[in-house]
Write a protein that binds this ligand. Structure first.
Ligand code: MSP
Length: 507
């Protein structure tokens, strides 16, 4: 089965921060899980380089937009690598191949009769690159997102007849109420559509940093039209000499945050309909990562810089924390304290200690060879159906809930060790069979949770599975009892070593 997942392409007007990393990690979890299923996966991320947001930021720095784009695109690539994202391609909208596709599709929209020349006057936010309707504008004509003063703009430019798609869009939402998840976001998009759609400016006359309009090169294509098309254009040139559109179009899921809902849930499907292209199968809209204002102080704020957090705690800890602390789809606060707490109590204790104790006991009592036995019924019952639950969760993009489901079994294994006290069983040869069962169950439990958790904490899961002498990472084997005993254990080391929080050191 083909599976195509995307992140938004990030503006290069600034450096990557944790918010960007959040979406990239979530998309990576989906991609990795789908590969474990044996699906044919394509995972796309990249940078959005044209338009006012970037042109104005470059102007403020006194450099050319291309220079700013070069510098920050590198930073975005670097953070994707650092966070172990397995993206199959990194698109930049300044790629000439992308620009050619934008020109081609814009021409197609025009040829299909959806473009006309018009005059626009309205409130424009250069940071959003968006014209705001009267009911979106805040008191004093300010942007509802950036709270900055909006520009009153008058322009003669090319328009996309978005209003003509009102009915087809309403039908789309009626036919598939889960086209956008969570449902609350679907309702939000639908009520926006039902409120009436204005035609959309397809070009900008005052800007030169963009893709020239093919039939009117004095203007450039509006940055959102340009940007949205990345999801399509990437497939045309990601692999040299290969057109991946047959294989991967349409996308299985677009991941975005709620700030860009309108563009993806209203404008994008209308554009695709107008260009006679198939629509993505699903949009998932996640919430915002919040930081309590005063914790953003210099001394603590630095701990949540993605590079610094990873230097300190490791990549897996960051990946885990982001998807664990905030229920995916909702807004939630993150903090250095929250990070520290989950690192110690969940990663180091629940997972790390369980692993090191289990391996140490098998080492001591069974010469480092996993005994061959039946899994203990109580634990087998807890794991029953788990892999299917995780699959279903991932199908619905519930990446935090899936993590919680697996972690519940991790806690079950910890309780099991405390209750069965293998060190007590080991004192009496008469308990040898029971000890075999307990140790086998622990090794199996650890193997299964590690296969399932692999997409969230790939380095850790990989190390532990290797130490357990296990080859398979396939979801088919994520069933308690699927591996028999006999594996020779290897070295593990400490999975989540104690960390001295740097915040305290530098505060
Ligand atoms: N360039 C556009 C997107 C074009 S997609 C065709 C854009 N770029 S952005 O740099 O502003 O990135 C916005 C995205 O970054 C959000 O949709 C979200 O995925 C991620 N996030 C940025 N800050 C975030 C938080 N504080 N919390 C959660 N996600 C955040 O919009």
């Amino acid at each position: 089965m083909p599976y195509y997942v995307t992140t938004p392409i990030y503006y290069v007007n600034g450096e990557p921060h944790l918010g960007h990393v959040y979406t990239t990690v979530a998309a990576d979890v989906l991609a990795r899980h789908m590969r474990q299923r044996g699906d044919d996966v394509f995972f796309l991320t990249g940078t959005d380089e044209h338009g006012e947001p970037v042109a104005q930021a470059a102007e403020r720095e006194g450099i050319a937009p291309r220079e700013l784009a070069e510098r920050n695109a590198e930073r975005f690539k670097e953070v994707a690598r650092r966070v172990n994202a397995t993206n199959d391609f990194f698109i930049r909208t300044s790629d000439p191949e992308h620009e050619a596709v934008v020109a081609e599709i814009a021409t197609r929209l025009k040829d299909n009769g959806h473009v006309y020349k018009g005059f626009y006057e309205g409130w424009y936010c250069p940071r959003c690159a968006d014209f705001k309707s009267e009911n979106e504008v805040l008191d004093g004509n300010r942007c509802p997102i950036h709270l900055i003063d909006l520009d009153r703009e008058q322009e003669e430019n090319w328009f996309f007849r978005l209003s003509a798609f009102q009915e087809p869009l309403e039908k789309l939402y009626a036919d598939d109420p889960e086209w956008v998840l969570p449902r609350s976001r679907s309702n939000e998009a639908l009520s926006f559509i039902e409120g009436g759609l204005n035609d959309l400016s397809l070009s900008r006359a005052r800007l030169s940093w963009g893709v020239p309009v093919p039939w009117d090169p004095e203007q450039v294509i509006y940055v959102w039209i340009d940007a949205l098309l990345n999801y399509y254009s990437a497939l045309t040139y990601a692999r040299e000499g290969e057109d991946l559109r047959e294989r991967f179009w349409p996308p299985s899921v677009h991941l975005i945050a709620k700030d860009i809902l309108k563009f993806h849930a209203v404008i994008w499907p209308a554009m695709l309909m107008a260009a006679e292209l198939e629509l993505p199968r699903k949009l998932f809209i996640h919430g915002y990562l919040l930081m309590d204002e005063h914790k953003m102080s210099k001394s603590l704020g630095n701990v949540l810089d993605p590079f610094e957090v990873m230097d300190l705690y490791g990549t897996d800890a960051l990946r885990y924390y982001l998807l664990r602390e905030v229920a995916f789809g909702q807004d939630g606060s993150i903090s250095p304290e929250g990070f520290e707490q989950r690192y110690v109590s969940e990663l180091a204790n629940d997972y790390g200690n369980l692993a090191s104790r289990t391996l140490a006991m098998i080492g001591k009592y069974r010469d480092g060879v996993v005994p061959d036995a039946e899994p203990v019924a109580e634990i087998a019952a807890q794991f029953d159906g788990l892999v299917d639950t995780v699959r279903e969760r991932i199908d619905r993009v519930e990446v935090s809930a899936a993590l919680e489901d697996v972690w519940e079994r991790m806690r079950g294994l910890n309780r099991f060790v405390t209750e069965r006290e293998p060190w007590r069983l080991a004192k009496d040869e008469a308990n040898a069979e029971e000890l075999d069962q307990v140790l086998y169950t622990l090794a199996e439990g650890l193997r299964v949770v590690s296969v399932l958790l692999h997409p969230w904490v790939p380095e850790t899961a990989e190390r532990l599975l290797a130490a357990l002498g296990q080859e398979s990472r396939s979801l088919d084997t994520a069933v308690l009892g699927a591996a028999s005993g006999g594996a020779q254990l290897g070295e593990l080391g400490q999975l989540f070593p104690r960390v001295e929080p740097k915040a305290e050191a530098t505060a």
